[in-house]
Write a protein that binds this ligand. Structure first.
Ligand code: PMV
Length: 359
């Protein structure tokens, strides 16, 4: 055999309800200080990735959105280095030793302010597993994706997902699993208000470490998050949007407070994010029965994810009207998790060894 099949996969980002911020290990294991819970998004936002190993390929090459990105270049980001490490690790577990050609595309414009690292890492490990015939199970793939970008380990599953922090030094018990199928609470939606499409000034890799090292408030954070996990599981089990909203807002605010308490401070939220926070509180406070109907949550960036149910969608959208700086609104239900596509849906041209769509 001189080459593998071309394998193409799709994965989607996830939005954390209870956040991961702060690691136990900074050497590439990405083991977290607390467990976390997320909702996998549907294919409104997705990464598609094709991989191919062949004797015709002269060096490992990756194209992201039609542009070549050398993962072996000297000055590469930490996530690219980790991606390269996982490519090498998974290839060494197989009988194949050819170079790889990887073509990856996001259906959302890069710089749309939506983290593509989780969907990108999940799509990659799924495709590598299939192309290299490794037959790893989803838990093992979750552990692989975690080592590229921590939060990516949750994008291996659909519905509502829990990442168990684990305690072993080698990270073998730090993996994600699905805790609720997407059908359990199918009315749940994420309304994403894009207020900034730039790349963040401080990468999450740098942020995790800086907060743990310098924030006094952070000492309370892991225990707070663990308590929130118990509550959020209850809220989801009972489809209780009031409780869910309260917990996710408090958890997001708590994480962003530790970021602000980092030295020098890290501030991911901007004025539009803050206006959205106030508007959602106003919306909740105006409910006659005192029950909250929506909650905001922010990852390491200013774009708001507003979690609500179909029933309250229009009210939430109304409350966002007039917020200065909202560039775009996306809506996502829970997604089903990653999948392998058919051969015809490959993104790469086998004869030229380039993406079908070049920039
Ligand atoms: O996976 P990373 O290293 O990009 O960290 C992301 C962490 C947050 O998005 C802020 C929270 C989370 O749990 O997804």
């Amino acid at each position: 055999m001189t080459e593998t099949n071309i394998v193409t996969s799709i994965a989607t980002p996830n939005i954390a309800f209870i956040k991961y911020w702060g690691k136990r290990d900074y050497t590439g294991l990405n083991t977290p200080n607390n467990s976390s819970i997320s909702m996998t998004l549907d294919e409104t936002v997705k990464t598609t990735t094709s991989v191919f190993f062949s004797s015709k390929i002269k060096k490992d090459t990756i194209f992201i959105n039609g542009v070549e990105d050398s993962i072996l270049a000297k000055e590469v980001s930490e996530k690219s280095r980790y991606m390269n490490a996982i490519l090498n690790k998974m290839r060494s577990l197989s009988k194949i030793n050819y170079h790889a050609l990887i073509v990856s595309e996001n259906n959302f414009p890069s710089g749309a302010g939506i983290a593509s690292s989780a969907s990108g890492a999940a799509a990659l490990v799924i495709a590598l597993n299939e192309a290299l015939s490794l037959k790893m199970n989803t838990k093992e793939l979750s552990i692989m994706a975690r080592q590229i970008s921590g939060s990516a380990c949750r994008s291996l599953y659909g519905g509502i997902v829990k990442w168990h922090k684990g305690s072993r030094d080698d990270g073998t018990d730090s993996y994600a699993e699905q805790i609720f199928k997407k059908e359990h609470w199918k009315e749940l939606i994420d309304i994403i208000a894009i207020v900034d499409s730039g790349t963040k000034k401080i990468s999450s890799s740098i942020g995790h470490e800086a907060t743990v090292k310098t924030s006094t408030l952070y000492k309370e954070r892991p225990a707070f998050a663990e308590r929130n996990i118990e509550e959020i599981e209850k809220a989801i089990k009972n489809k209780d949007i009031d409780l869910l909203s309260r917990i996710i807002m408090k958890d997001s605010n708590n994480m962003h407070a530790t970021m602000l308490d980092t030295w020098p401070p890290i501030m991911y939220l901007n004025d539009s994010s803050k206006e959205i926070i106030y508007n959602i509180h106003e919306l909740n406070d105006s409910q006659k029965n005192e029950k909250y109907i929506a909650g905001y949550t922010f990852d390491a960036g200013p774009n708001a994810h507003i979690i609500t149910t179909e029933e309250h969608r229009d009210e939430v959208l109304d409350s966002l009207k007039g917020v200065k700086g909202i560039k775009k609104i996306l809506e996502s239900h829970q997604g089903a998790g990653p999948r392998i596509l058919s051969k015809d849906e490959s993104l790469l041209n086998e004869s030229t060894l380039t993406p079908k769509k070049m920039k």
